[in-house]
Design a protein around this ligand. Structure first.
Ligand SMILES: O=C(O)CCC(=O)C(=O)O
Length: 275
């Protein structure tokens, strides 16, 4: 993370990173997402179920180790969590050097991965605005101290195809990570004052603090919007996936077995890998 990026992240609460992934990686991830979407849609209603402490009722796939909730109907979204277990093509994102350099610039101490979701947003869908000051929940706060930026949860979104505003762009209200009062505007990102749709190209990434007001404007296009979201935070923060909220991260034995120690450490809150 260079000084300009650090300044902009502190000022705005997010940065857009051009060309984060090369075209081969984009193609490989896009194919893996398409295959996983097809598998997840076939299994959406199947047992076994995992009810999120936040309410939604997820399918836990016994073969591929993911959790899925949602629908592919118009206006709906499908969210696939713990996708690492499903396909080793996602491993390029586990301990990716460029990503970890950015995370090291905004999370102090040892950082771990606390969130992993593929968002598939069909025509008519929007992601409601959230984030910003929540008096009842300081878990995702944004801070700054003598050592610099001190974030709790942050997310990197990887884009595997171009996304314009009308294709359901990820959106933010710049600077709201520093607000002190609850947002009075409800949850419609198309209407929220100051909300900016961030248009990107395949291979770009967006890094943001979860304390920033953000969402996804309505997908008014024929293109289904597919993005890969990975959350990070201090090592003591447990899973922030909805299906496994505040539990240990859901990583299967076979996934751990194919990773090296540094990759495994990213999913071990409280522990360092054995040397
Ligand atoms: O990409 C979107 O539509 C919303 C994503 C979001 O809310 C998040 O990653 O926290």
């Amino acid at each position: 993370m260079n000084d300009t990026e650090r300044y902009e992240f502190d000022r705005q609460g997010y940065i857009v990173i051009d060309n984060m992934l090369d075209s081969d990686t984009v193609s490989s991830l896009a194919a893996a997402v398409d295959e996983l979407e097809a598998h997840a849609l076939r299994n959406l209603e199947a047992p076994p179920r995992k009810v999120s402490p936040w309410g939604p009722d997820y399918h836990r796939n016994p073969d591929l180790g993911y959790h899925v909730d949602g629908s592919n109907a118009e206006g709906k979204t499908v969210i696939i969590e713990d996708f690492w277990n499903a396909d080793e093509r996602f491993d390029v994102l586990v301990n990716d050097a460029r990503t970890m350099d950015y995370i090291g610039g905004i999370v102090q101490g040892r950082a771990t991965i606390n969130n992993s979701e593929i968002r598939i947003r069909y025509r008519g869908n929007q992601s409601g605005s959230h984030g910003g000051m929540r008096p009842e929940n300081q878990k995702y706060r944004y801070g700054f101290n003598a050592n610099g930026i001190d974030c709790m949860m942050v997310r990197m979104i990887y884009f595997i195809h171009d996304v314009s505003r009308d294709q359901g762009a990820f959106s933010v209200v710049p600077g709201t990570h520093k607000t002190n009062l609850p947002c009075p505007y409800g949850g419609d990102p198309d209407e929220e004052p100051g909300m900016v749709a961030l248009e990107v190209e395949a291979g770009d990434a967006i890094l943001f603090t979860e304390n920033l007001r953000h969402g996804g404007v309505t997908n008014r296009s024929g293109q289904v919007r597919k993005t890969i979201h990975v959350g990070y935070g201090p090592y003591w923060m447990l899973s922030q996936n909805q299906a496994t909220m505040d539990e240990l991260p859901y990583v299967t034995e076979s996934t751990f077995a194919r990773w090296d120690d540094d990759q495994r450490a990213l999913f071990k809150p409280w522990h360092r890998p054995r040397s």
